[in-house]
Design a protein around this ligand. Structure first.
Ligand SMILES: NC(=O)c1ccc[n+]([C@@H]2O[C@H](COP(=O)([O-])OP(=O)(O)OC[C@H]3O[C@@H](n4cnc5c(N)ncnc54)[C@H](O)[C@@H]3O)[C@@H](O)[C@H]2O)c1
Length: 368
């Protein structure tokens, strides 16, 4: 496939060293075969870091990391990250990116999602203790729940329904944040919590259920794009390269967080749909239907902490990010299949879309 990055030319540069000037040489990335995780693995390998990717492929795809298999710096372990991995060579950092993240998966994978916040976090924190490694938790803007403050700052405690349909994700991540903090205090784990806001880019699943892949697949198929409500609800979307740069800066920093990472550039859904139609050169129209019941009107990060402590801000503007994402979707359209039967804008204000059957990597156990 044409997407695969040139691993000799890193497009996300690694900060030169972690705290105390210690370079990163070996990192465990749990959830490394997912959308975000695979881009993190790319950036690390391209910068000469050995990556042990642990993924059970519950929502990830082996093809996301297939191109890395030829690198001696990459090892793939197909397993549940809740299961302790013994006998690993020394690790400098443990990155916890392993969790279903799609609102439409929360029912199907309800217990697995809670376990990703609880058991998996526990196991990976113990690994960090064993190796004296830096620990990163990929948390989410969903810890703010149905936020009563806008934009969301890290000192906002959130407004979460503990038994609502999203609670397995929201409360799982809130528990994970608490556990990470407890391990820092009790076991001295050098950890950082990042709260990720809506991120988009190549390798999102076409049936992800969120607005960007929905609109792109719909526009490429010349289908009408369905807009829920009046389309004036806003989204702020971060391109995945920017997020990865922020995650690696957080690992390299000595900060504990929480740190919001996202793009505060807000736009309406209608403008986003129009922009995607134009960039795709599509003749798709828009079809307005009733508002989705739990569709947030606004979600936008306050990124002043990231700017201050990581010197981080998003660099990729929407035109460029969308163009690169569209190009990837165009070149990865399944042959002979209409891309989108119906393009539904169904964002829910955050992470991912509907579940997707995955194929297991052949011989993926302990594959390098
Ligand atoms: N994409 C976003 O906009 C966004 C926003 C907020 C937070 N996040 C967080 O970032 C992380 C990555 O999200 P993503 O969008 O790449 O999702 P994803 O579903 O594409 O990736 C998650 C990966 O974790 C793996 N996984 C899940 N449970 C596992 C387990 N028990 N053991 C091993 N592997 C497991 C999945 O197979 C998948 O490869 C998640 O923790 C998510 O909560 C993402």
């Amino acid at each position: 496939m044409p997407d695969e990055p040139d691993l000799t030319r890193p497009h996300v540069a690694l900060p030169p060293a972690t705290r105390a000037g210690k370079p990163l040489t070996r990192v465990l990335a749990a959830g490394g075969a997912g959308f975000v995780g695979s881009h993190v693995c790319d950036a690390l390998v391209a910068n000469g870091v050995h990556v042990v990717c642990v993924d059970n492929l519950v929502t990830g795809r082996p093809e996301n990391v297939a191109h890395l298999a030829k690198s001696p710096l990459f090892t793939f372990l197909e397993q549940d990250a809740a299961v302790p991995t013994a006998g690993l060579a020394p690790l400098d950092a443990v990155l916890h990116l392993a969790s279903p993240a799609s609102p439409q998966d929360f029912d199907r994978l309800s217990v697995e999602t809670l376990q990703a916040g609880s058991h998996v976090t526990h196991t990976l924190l113990n690994l960090a203790v064993e190796h004296g490694a830096r620990f990163l938790l990929a948390s989410t803007s969903e810890v703010y729940g149905d936020a009563l403050e806008h934009p969301q700052r890290e000192d906002y405690w959130g407004n979460v329904n503990p038994i609502g349909p999203r609670s397995v994700y929201d409360e799982g991540k809130r528990y994970a944040e608490s556990l990470v903090t407890a391990y820092r205090h009790r076991h001295g784990v050098d950890s950082v919590i990042v709260r990720i806001f809506n991120t988009y880019g190549p390798r999102m699943r076409p049936d992800d259920g969120r607005c960007v892949p929905n609109f792109i697949t719909g526009a490429l198929a010349q289908d009408a794009l369905t807009i829920h409500g009046d389309g004036k609800q806003t989204r702020s979307l971060c391109f995945v390269d920017d997020l990865v740069r922020g995650l690696l800066a957080a690992v390299a920093s000595g900060h504990h967080g929480p740190i919001n990472l996202g793009n505060p550039d807000e736009d309406t859904i209608v403008n986003l749909a129009q922009r995607i139609i134009t960039l795709c050169g599509s003749s798709s129209s828009m079809r307005f239907v009733g508002a989705a019941p739990d569709d947030p009107r606004q979600r936008c990060p306050d990124t002043s902490v990231a700017r201050k402590v990581l010197d981080w801000s998003p660099q990729v503007d929407k035109e460029e990010g969308l163009a690169r994402t569209i190009e990837w979707f165009r070149s990865h359209r399944p042959a002979g299949r209409a891309d989108a039967g119906e393009a539904r804008e169904h964002d829910h204000g955050h992470d991912r879309g509907p579940g997707q059957a995955h194929t297991h990597a052949e011989g993926a156990k302990a594959r390098s």
